[in-house]
Design a protein around this ligand. Structure first.
Ligand SMILES: C[S@@+](CC[C@H](N)C(=O)[O-])C[C@H]1O[C@@H](n2cnc3c(N)ncnc32)[C@H](O)[C@@H]1O
Length: 371
């Protein structure tokens, strides 16, 4: 068990993680500082020795104490010749709500198509997985997709993980009231470069659940490394259940990421507000336009923010001028074929793959075993 420091001792230090552990109500947070040398590595996964406690509901926030890394990453992207940001910055509390609204749009087929696959093939999917899993929901959002699997999978522990911390915490609080007998451990963290799991997450029979084709936000090379990290975090009985969007007609893809109501546009533009908050930029949201389209050569949706007129953006110690029409690249969403995604899973070392799709073959759900 590491030494833990009560909140008044919190100070900015290099290589330090803040662990916030919440009680049953999830509102009264206790804050602890956990020095990096008190984290241990096993199979490439960082284990945080947070206190275990016997509660059914726990929320642990693991964020790098050094916010400088977020600033450095965002400002490096903003200053690049072709400006870019990581799609993870689309998700603050408002971004998560806007994403929920996107899922309701007629143009946004992935959510309802994936739901149809689970409805049609739920029994076969549950049979492939078996019961008694530690269900780890990556990028859980409102946790709704995992909750629909609870009756069939009967997980021993549910572990939703998300960068959008307050949104996840509120969703989990509601979910625990609905399923009071399931042990739930919420984790607020950025899993893009490392998969940090506190040791209150059971090792046995981990099922990583990664729905919604979120894997598409990574390049194929990053996806391979991410899948390898997931595999390394599983025991012999572990596995992966993942939703993958498939290549299809460009008009369908274009509409899904540029809807008539402008909800996706609001979701993309909200990134500018989030950046203003995170790094002190002074983006004027009104000066930017959403662009979302399928790049068929790269097999990916691209989202950009385009300057509607010349924009000069300032931040402490810097500024950047954007010409009219100049863009910030904010998201990629790679689309796969069954073959190309099978190759990726096999390269990552997964075995005994099963696939389910919808009648139009627009979306695919895969289950893969570690062994
Ligand atoms: C496309 S949404 C999917 C939400 C939900 N799982 C679904 O399928 O509807 C992506 C989710 O992943 C989270 N997310 C994105 N990047 C992340 C990162 N680097 N680390 C942790 N969570 C991340 C977002 O906050 C968001 O909730």
């Amino acid at each position: 068990m590491p030494r833990i420091f009560p909140r008044p001792a919190l100070k900015k230090r290099e290589n330090t993680f803040v662990i916030r552990q919440y009680g049953d109500g999830l509102t009264e947070g206790k804050h602890y500082l956990c020095p990096a040398n008190e984290l241990s590595r096993r199979n490439g996964v960082i284990q945080i020795h947070a206190s275990r406690g016997s509660r059914l509901l726990q929320f642990i926030q693991c964020t790098e104490q050094n916010d400088q890394s977020v600033r450095d990453e965002l400002l490096a992207g903003l200053s690049a010749a072709q400006a870019f940001t990581s799609p993870k910055y689309l998700y603050d509390a408002l971004g998560s709500k806007l994403f929920e609204a996107i899922c309701e749009l007629p143009e946004y087929y992935p959510t309802r198509t994936e739901a149809l696959i689970f409805k049609t093939h739920g029994r076969a999917i549950a049979q492939a997985i078996g019961s008694g899993t530690t269900l780890i929901d990556l990028g859980a959002g409102n946790c709704a997709k995992a909750a629909r699997l609870f009756p069939a999978l009967q997980p021993v522990q549910y572990v939703p993980v998300d960068i959008s911390v307050s949104f996840l915490r509120e969703a989990l609080q509601r979910l625990q009231q609905q399923f009071p007998s399931i042990v739930m451990t919420g984790i607020g963290m950025d899993f893009s470069s490392e998969l940090l799991l506190p040791d209150s997450v059971r090792d046995e029979k981990r099922l990583f659940f990664y729905p919604g084709s979120s894997i598409g936000n990574f390049t194929p090379e990053e996806s391979l490394a991410f899948l390898q990290r997931i595999r390394a975090a599983c025991d012999e009985a572990g596995g992966l259940l993942i939703g993958v969007d498939l290549v299809k007609d460009k008009a369908i893809l274009d509409a899904a990421y540029d809807d008539a109501l402008g909800v996706t546009a609001a979701f993309n533009l909200n990134l500018l507000r989030h950046m203003n908050h995170l790094v002190g930029t002074d983006f004027d949201v009104q000066g930017w336009r959403h662009r979302g389209f399928f790049n068929d050569k790269a097999s990916r949706i691209e989202m950009h923010l385009e300057a509607a007129s010349e924009q000069i953006v300032h931040w402490p110690q810097g500024e950047r001028r954007f010409e009219r029409g100049e863009r910030i690249h904010t998201e990629n969403s790679y689309k796969y074929t069954q073959r190309s995604f099978t190759d990726l899973l096999e390269q990552a070392g997964f075995r005994k793959l099963s696939f389910w799709t919808d009648p139009q073959q627009w979306f695919m759900v895969c289950h893969a075993h570690v062994n």
